[in-house]
Design a protein around this ligand. Structure first.
Ligand SMILES: Cc1cc2nc3c(=O)[nH]c(=O)nc-3n(C[C@H](O)[C@H](O)[C@H](O)COP(=O)(O)OP(=O)(O)OC[C@H]3O[C@@H](n4cnc5c(N)ncnc54)[C@H](O)[C@@H]3O)c2cc1C
Length: 297
């Protein structure tokens, strides 16, 4: 049977539709993992509702505009755009999306590994954040389901996706082959805890990522592909992999982790506009395949 990651994801997303976690958490601490990554740990009673963690799960987090400020819960207008109260002292919170790296049900702690890149507002926030700071929290977004049919997992990403790739690779059984092609270094792999069992090829830039994936000729009907990177890079890789066959688009899950020139709120607003227009036109927006076509076709 060929891999059908689309169907598997769709089923899990449907199961989880009524299990949205929406709460406040507090910062337990931060840890420098390497020059490029920082781990943040959060906790909160509301996280007890997160009962079925899956590798690659991502949450939307609302960081206070200044450390220590409270974060009100946002609402959404009819167009799906985030609305914050008008009288916010200190400005609007930052909205960002990060992948759960580990979860501990007993302590209700979750960790996230954040890439520290030059222009990122999150890195600036983290530099001033203090233990106990309150953070708003909504999710989860399902990003990966291992299918029984997959014999090989090909995980492709840039440095923002390396934490998700580490979480996914770590979850896979030894009976499956895990191939990683990613932007980064051996030091990143060690800092983020990529398992030794994964066959990893690191590249220096997006051009190298596209060409290395293009040179990987071993996709077959039993390969499941996962891609997370900058939107235009994902689009190119996706087109290339699908164009070469025999892999079907149902065997692939691709996510735009960020968009060049836009911060995360702007990226979210832009994709929300496309999502709502498609929903209005009658598209099945609960289908991950439809969501990917909306984002990349
Ligand atoms: C489902 C999902 C899961 C994600 N999980 C993680 C995760 O676990 N760890 C993680 O670090 N990121 C993750 N990301 C990506 C992250 O949400 C974005 O990169 C986000 O924009 C980072 O916020 P920021 O405050 O650092 O930068 P922003 O303030 O949002 O952006 C400022 C500027 O930097 C650019 N920019 C944004 N991201 C990058 C980047 N990676 N490299 C270079 N320039 C960039 C933007 O285009 C913008 O011009 C995830 C994204 C998604 C959709």
């Amino acid at each position: 049977m060929p891999v059908n990651a689309r169907r598997a994801l769709r089923e899990v997303m449907a199961e989880r539709r009524n299990r949205v976690v929406n709460c406040q958490v507090s910062l337990v601490g931060t840890e420098v993992l390497s020059a490029g990554y920082m781990r943040l740990t959060v906790t909160g009673d509301g996280l007890r509702a997160y009962t079925d963690p899956r590798p690659g799960d991502a949450f939307k987090i609302y960081l206070p505009s200044r450390p220590g400020r409270p974060v009100p819960a946002p609402s959404y207008d009819e167009q799906g755009h985030l609305q914050w109260p008008d009288d916010l002292d200190g400005g609007r919170p930052l909205v960002r999306c990060f992948t759960v790296r580990s979860s501990d049900a007993e302590s209700s702690n979750l960790t996230f590994d954040v890439l520290l890149h030059e222009e990122g507002a999150t890195a600036q926030w983290l530099a001033e954040a203090a233990v106990g700071d309150r953070i708003g929290f909504t999710g989860m977004r399902t990003e990966f389901v291992d299918t029984a049919e997959a014999q090989t997992h090909l995980l492709i990403g840039d440095r923002s996706a390396l934490p998700a790739i580490a979480a996914i690779a770590e979850s896979l059984p030894d009976t499956k082959r895990t191939v990683v092609i990613a932007l980064g270094t051996e030091a990143d792999a060690a800092a983020l805890g990529l398992p030794d069992s994964a066959e990893i090829t690191f590249v220096d830039d997006a051009v190298g990522l596209v060409s290395t994936v293009s040179g990987f000729a071993k996709t077959d009907a039993r390969t499941q592909v996962w891609i997370g990177a900058e939107a235009a890079v994902v689009k190119e890789i996706r087109r290339d992999v699908l164009g070469r066959g025999p892999l079907s688009r149902d065997a692939m899950h691709a996510s735009a982790y960020w968009k060049a020139g836009l911060n995360w709120e702007q990226t979210f607003e832009e994709s929300m506009d496309r999502f709502l227009a498609a929903a209005k036109a009658g598209s099945d927006v609960g289908d991950p395949g439809v969501l990917q076509s909306l984002a990349f076709d």
